[in-house]
Design a binder for this molecule. Structure first.
Ligand SMILES: *Cc1c(COP(=O)(O)O)cnc(C)c1O
Length: 635
């Protein structure tokens, strides 16, 4: 029955559906990443990268980043819009801006500014700190820097001074009150601003992150406020500064219909502003371009029912239609795609530390001490009665007898060994029922799969590395990166190493519906069993927190250039001492406290001076160490 093929593995983990040509399984059964589009020589096995890094001393868990993929995504989105415009005869152009909040890492921003220069790809900032980094990195006077978020004087001054140096900053008014200080600062500095308006679309998109639309969204101006701001600008003779209309329906919009509706509404507003006499020029459609995390190509929250091509074609078409009706020139279209740009950029790799296997198929009576059997009589009797018709009844009986034994234990009538044997027999028979009659359609039977799944302990913190899994049940594709030429023989849920019961993953991408378990292999003896969590480039890195004081993971970048792979930008994850100082401990003081304590123990004759030296060495090594589980301690 050894008929398992790579094709089966591909189907099981749906890698073709979400991997988007960047990830696939090799003939050797390893996940490979393809760093350059259409260049088979740029494929490399993730396992071989991990091994290379381990030889260089880097430990799991680690995050791998692929800047070639970032380049490919920048190209993909820009080319999509440019060809949509060309095909439709659109008179304006396209300018992407990258919202810094999606992944603020310097490597990301730097790559987008450098590689994106050929498309004049710019940046979107939502705070002073983001604007400060944007002003330094952008080096292209045709790329826009869209300034969103609440703005104090300092924020506004920075944007204006940037403009005076040739950086195309646009100050987007999010609240009516911002108009006054923008005008005031611009007069004070003698710099004429580029002003944008953020409107509150009444279109509300479906999905997880779409509260940005609708009347109750916290950002943007409603129609009355838009008119008010226009009147105010006209009165101050500043209407000629109004250059842009912005809206944002929310992130990860799964349904193209909502995107079309939003574009229609915004295009009408845009034309309305032109009719009011504003010069305008730019329509900024915000973010929302979704990623197909579960590979289902549907309008479910973790997917999308459209491609980037359809997205760009539909928006271009809607805007053109309305501009034609209203007799308005085609604006420069700006989009603020973040997720769609950076999700593919990084992969989190975690090693499995241990497993808790519920039932491994052995027949329990053969291993039980015969003395224990009388206490188990009822439970074992259930098995002799089991058939398809009474499977549900047997399950009920098993639950009853297990409860009875637990009660007897409380009254001291059953001892600890007997109770342990009973629990074991119980699970064994439940597993047998599931094996034989698991297809019975009752809620209780459906639950068995989950109840009987193994627990795999992964070397990671959900809260640090995958916060959206915890916060909003987001799905990410998760799968082993090797052994895929062998059939996975276990079904498991994943636990992290925080001691928080929420630190687990028990929803995984499935064929149509999410599944409660993940198919995995029995981990190989004496070797790492490594899982990859894919598409984690957007939002995960800086939303994470220090729950249980597990810090940033190690990071390395892999690039492919001129036929060669390069490993670079290795960043060591947080040390214990780093995370402790984040919560205001001083490592030096901790060391001093330990030294004093150990000295007292020497004085009291509990340890020797030599032992003290070893204790202190171990303590300081611990402070310098990685916050995650370290498997090999050799130097
Ligand atoms: C978060 C955000 C984005 C990014 O959205 P994605 O769906 O990740 O592309 C764009 N614009 C604004 C204003 C945002 O707040």
């Amino acid at each position: 029955m050894n008929t398992w093929t790579i094709d089966d593995a591909q189907k099981l983990y749906h890698i073709d559906a979400w991997g988007n040509e960047y990830f696939h399984i090799s003939d050797k059964g390893e996940v490979e990443v393809r760093l350059k589009d259409n260049e088979p020589a740029s494929q490399v096995s993730l396992l071989s990268v991990v091994k290379g890094l381990q030889e260089r001393g880097m430990k799991l868990p680690m995050l791998l980043r692929f800047s070639n993929i970032l380049d490919s995504r920048i190209q993909h989105i820009n080319e999509s819009f440019l060809s949509a415009m060309q095909d439709a005869g659109y008179q304006g152009t396209y300018r992407g801006v990258y919202p810094v909040k999606v992944n603020q890492q310097q490597q990301v921003v730097e790559e987008i500014c450098e590689y994106g220069k050929q498309y004049h790809h710019g940046l979107e900032t939502g705070s002073k700190a983001e604007l400060i980094l944007a002003l330094a990195h952008i080096d292209d006077n045709q790329a826009y820097v869209i300034c969103n978020g609440y703005k104090d004087e300092e924020y506004i001054d920075l944007a204006l001074r940037g403009l005076s140096m040739g950086v195309q900053t646009i100050l987007v008014i999010e609240m009516p009150g911002e108009v006054d200080i923008i005008l005031q600062r611009s007069r004070a500095l003698g710099i004429k601003p580029n002003i944008g308006l953020r409107m509150k679309p009444s279109t509300v998109a479906s999905g997880h992150w779409t509260d940005s639309g609708g009347d109750r969204s916290v950002f943007g101006l409603n129609t009355t406020q838009v008119i008010h701001v226009v009147d105010q600008l006209r009165k101050e003779r500043m209407l000629d500064c109004l250059r842009l209309l912005h809206y944002h329906l929310g992130s990860q919009i799964p349904n193209i219909r909502d995107i079309r509706m939003g574009a229609t509404e915004a295009a009408r507003f845009y034309c309305g502003l032109v009719h009011e006499g504003a010069p305008m020029g730019c329509l900024d459609i915000g973010g929302g371009l979704a990623i197909d995390y579960d590979g289902s190509h549907t309008d479910s929250a973790n997917s999308r029912n459209y491609t980037t091509k359809e997205y760009s074609y539909d928006i271009v078409e809607e805007v053109m239609n309305i501009c034609k009706e209203e007799n308005v020139a085609h604006p420069t279209l700006i989009s603020e795609s973040g997720r769609a740009l950076v999700s593919f950029y990084s992969v989190l790799l975690i090693n499995i530390l241990d497993t808790n296997i519920f039932w491994n198929g052995e027949k329990v009576e053969d291993t039980l001490d015969p003395k224990l059997l009388p206490a188990l009589e009822n439970l074992l009797y259930v098995r002799t009665m089991l058939n398809k018709k009474n499977a549900q009844e047997c399950l009920n009986d098993l639950n009853y007898y297990r409860e009875e034994i637990r009660n007897k234990f409380l009254y001291g009538k059953v001892n600890m060994r007997e109770r342990a044997a009973a629990e074991h027999v119980y699970w064994e028979i439940v597993a047998e029922i599931k094996e034989k009659y698991g297809d019975i359609e009752s809620p209780e039977f459906q639950k068995l799969e989950h109840q009987l799944s193994d627990i795999y302990y992964g070397n990671f913190s959900l809260f640090q590395s995958l916060p959206d899994v915890w916060a909003i049940d987001q799905l990410f594709p998760i799968m082993p990166i090797h052994m895929l030429d062998k059939k996975p023989d276990r079904k498991a849920v994943l636990s992290d190493i925080t001691c928080d019961s929420e630190g687990k993953i028990d929803r995984f991408i499935g064929h149509w519906e999410p599944e409660n378990t993940l198919s995995l292999h029995t981990p190989p003896e004496g070797e790492d069993y490594i899982l990859g969590v894919f598409l984690v480039g957007a939002y995960q890195e800086t939303l994470g927190d220090l729950h249980n004081l597990l810090g940033d993971t190690n990071v390395a970048s892999v690039t492919y250039e001129d036929g060669k792979f390069r490993l670079h930008n290795e960043l060591e994850g947080d040390t214990v001492s780093d995370v402790l100082s984040y919560v205001e401990y001083e490592p030096k003081r901790l060391e001093a406290l330990i030294k004093t304590k150990a000295e007292r123990a020497v004085q009291d004759g509990r340890i020797t001076a030599l032992e003290r030296r070893k204790i202190i060495a171990a303590y300081t090594a611990g402070l310098r160490g990685y916050t995650y589980y370290e498997t090999d301690q050799e130097e």
